[in-house]
Design a protein around this ligand. Sequence first.
Ligand code: ARG
Length: 547
Amino acid sequence: MADLTVSVATRPEFGDYQCNYAMTLAKRLGRNPREIAGDVISNARLDDVASSLEIAGPGFINIRLNDDWCIKMATTLASDPNLGVPLTGAGRTVVIDYSSPNVAKPMHIGHIRSTIIGNALDRLYRFLGYRVISDNHLGDWGTQFGILIMGYRNFLDPKALDDDPVAELERVYVKSYAKSEEDPEWLAKCRRELVKLQEGDPENLEMWRKFITLSMDEFQRIYDRLNVRFDLTRGESHYHQMLPDVIDRLIKQGLARESEGALVVFLDEEKLPPCIVRKSDGAFNYATTDIATVLSRISEFNPDRIIYVTDERQQLHFKQVFAICRKLGCKARMEHVWFGLMRLPEGTFSTRQGNVIKLERLLDEAESRALAIVRQNSPDMPPERQKEIAKAVGIGAVKYADLSQNPQTTVVFTWEKALSLEGNSGPYLQYAYARIASVRDKYAERFPNRDLQSFPIRITEPVERTLILALLRFPDAVLNAAHQHKPSILADYLYELSQIYSTFYQNVPFLKAEEGVRESRVRLCGMVANVLGKGLNLLGIQTPERI
Ligand code: ARG
């Protein structure tokens, strides 16, 4: 049987929803599609759902929904704490690996996007009822630590370390790395320090711990500002003792073999290049750690799926790792969510050091620009409150600028667009939310002690119907955003909803409407506010009651 899909009609004259089932079926059955559509219509029992079913064009079925049914559905949606979104993840577990910056290096733009997109997926999956285990897979192990230890011992500027620890760590690393490239003796020393660390030398271990603490302090400040929390922060180091076992398993199962001194898994069947799991000098690499990580997560959490969020440059790496894990018998669904780079036009940020954007400075700037907007909009608000709201608006603007784009395209960030109050931006939607929510307050002021919920929703104008239909699409937007790993689907939906609301608001009276119609409209308003607020919250964006 062909899949029966019903999609939102592309034009109002095609009804509310359209179905091309008859056409798909016609091909299989070798019958006339219009005839099949006729059969479908005469046999469909949709009396209370649809007010009309029509054959259109070559065999489309145009569906117009019944007003009463729409009202009933919208009322049900509004009284459901999950706003009509089905708990498709109940009883299921997903591990989401995101952010994952590297110790002793500032977060680069890729980690920032991973943090923002990963956190939106984290929230979406939780909302769908999944048990989510979010894991920040820090880069805290590997050959770079020998180089870093040598750099730290020999080139450190203690004052610079105080001022900006991660930048200073990176500086001494870069310097030591450059020396290791031209001075074989230095390189040998770096290797020795690495071996000492791996063997548990107390002094090197202490230094290594210090690198982690200093880096985590900086990362944590950013997570706090972005309102991002992880269930686990297990770095690569957590798995390093398991690596020899992974190698054993790969050899025993006949998957890995020696090639030019290295141990390699060939992936010809998968049409992928071979993957080195142990280098010729005996060191394990990034892939080995990731295989161990999958095995460990499976035995500990028994997840149904594992999702990784990184930039596009790691596509091959994850294809190889997933292929090897499948060969080892892993059944969990493994998915790599990758995104393109974000382009930053020259002069976007007031503070840049070399090519590294200090994320903290970016967030500072977002907040100070947002403060100017809040001061202009609400000059009478106490300054402390203005600052608080500016934080929510500034951070929301940065997040939305990222989340509203298809992740797999190159995003160009500009302040004008991110902070625009007219276009598709975070502040625009936050502002829309605040205005919508205020209608309820105004109503309560003018008509105190009325039980709004006891007045039924009514459709008296076409725009009310359009708004109700838009509300009913919220569950689909959430499901599609989560399942396609594209928060932008939800962002697009929220923007569209806010635009339909704005037509509604501009074209019909609210508080001045007659009793009954008035209450219905105020209730609709409340439903839009709830959906918009929930939707923004799923994107990790706060919704202040005033801006
Ligand atoms: N630390 C890595 C990087 O900065 C990202 C890690 C992603 N997660 C993973 N399990 N490999 O490129």
